[in-house]
Each structure stands twice: as C-alpha cells, then as structure tokens.
Design a protein around this ligand. Structure first.
Ligand SMILES: [Zn+2]
Ligand SMILES: [Zn+2]
Length: 204
C-alpha cells in the first residue's frame, strides 16, 4: 500500500445507493502484476477524475478521465518523446468481499469488469492497465526522423556520418516499399516498441 495511490472510498455507496467521486494527480502508479510490484512513472503529474454510481446489487459504474503523459523513446533514434494521453474511462465495477487486490476481468457480456474487495478502492492497477492499453506501441520524435547509423550509432538527424554514403540506413526498406512505416518497423524488431515504452520495472 502506498499513501499517494489514487483511491476512491466506496463504503457508503455499498451501504446505500448513490454516487461518489474522487480526483487528484499522480506522478506514478504502484501496482501488482501477478506477484510482482510494478511502477508506472509519468513525465508530469497526471490528473484524474473518477465518478462511481450504484447499479443493481453489488455492481457499480465507474466513469471519468485520466490524462497521463508517458515518457517513451523515438523508435528510430531513441531520443525521448513525451506522449500525452487523454483517457475516457467507463468500466463496470463489482464488489466481492473476499478479493484482496483489485483486478480486471472480462464479464459475461465481454465488457471489462473491475473487481474489488476493499471498499477503500485503490485505482492504481486499473489506471495503469488503462494507460498501457492506450499507449502507442511505437512513436517517432518527428515523422521524418532519419534514425541512427547502423554501423556507428551516429544520430543521422544531426547530419551524415562516414558510413551514410556506403551503407543504406535501413536495407529492408527497398524490398518493402509501400508498406506503412509503423508496420515495417514493428516487424524489423518487435521488441523495439516494448523498449520504447518504458514499461514498469520490478521494484526491489
Ligand atoms: Zn527520432
Ligand atoms: Zn556511421
């Protein structure tokens, strides 16, 4: 548990129907994934606003917004790129008293369902998951980014190096003309996107 976690208090809502809300800012989110503690860090404090209202029985409806700014890397030249996201939230929520950590599952309807057991609901995991679902797999710092020299690693945006005349920057390109840049890049190195998105690192 951490005191800066985004929380919403649902105790009174579980006792009598109504609506409640919470808002604030988070610089990072700490949450569990499997048995591992994860941290998702943002470039600046990310504002959120959440409203929860009663539905039938033990179900609630959560809606709101979350506006994190991610720190990713240009997938060609690796320079830092900030990626602002504007998430609209709308999720069915279900109270199950025995549940320890809140988690997302797929409801019978196919919708996402946020399940929780502690009426003092920690939204960290939920917001982190929503963020990662919306994050672009790869970003470019500029559409015309020239990337790095494959021989010496020189940033070709800053001018040519001694290899740029002799070595094609991306030889694959000649055989795959006409494909969207993004798709092409993803196939060259499927892990580049994962590296570019600074996914949460395990905490010690
Ligand atoms: Zn770049
Ligand atoms: Zn070079």
């Amino acid at each position: 548990m951490n005191d800066d976690a985004p929380r919403i208090h649902l105790g009174s809502l579980l006792r009598s129907p109504g609506e409640t809300s919470a808002s604030g800012e988070v610089q990072e989110l700490h949450y569990q994934q499997g048995n591992r503690k994860q941290t998702l860090h943002f470039a600046e404090p990310a504002p959120y606003g959440i409203d929860v209202s009663s539905l039938e029985g033990n179900e609630l409806w959560l809606q709101g917004y979350f506006e994190p700014v991610l720190e990713q890397e240009c997938s060609r030249c690796l320079r830092p790129v900030t990626v602002p996201l504007d998430l609209k939230l709308g999720t069915l929520v279900q109270y199950r008293p025995n549940v320890q950590e809140p988690f997302l599952e797929e409801a019978d309807s196919g919708e996402e369902l946020l399940v929780f057991g502690n009426p003092d609901l920690d939204l960290s995991g939920y917001l982190a998951e929503m963020t990662m679902l919306s994050a672009p797999l790869s970003v470019l710092h500029a559409p015309e980014c020239k990337g790095l020299c494959q021989v010496c690693g020189h940033d070709l945006n800053e001018g040519p190096c001694e290899h740029s005349a002799a070595v094609p920057i991306e030889p694959e390109r000649s055989t795959e003309l006409g494909e969207p840049e993004g798709a092409q890049h993803a196939r060259q190195n499927p892990f580049a996107a994962l590296q570019a998105l600074k996914l949460p690192l395990p905490e010690d």
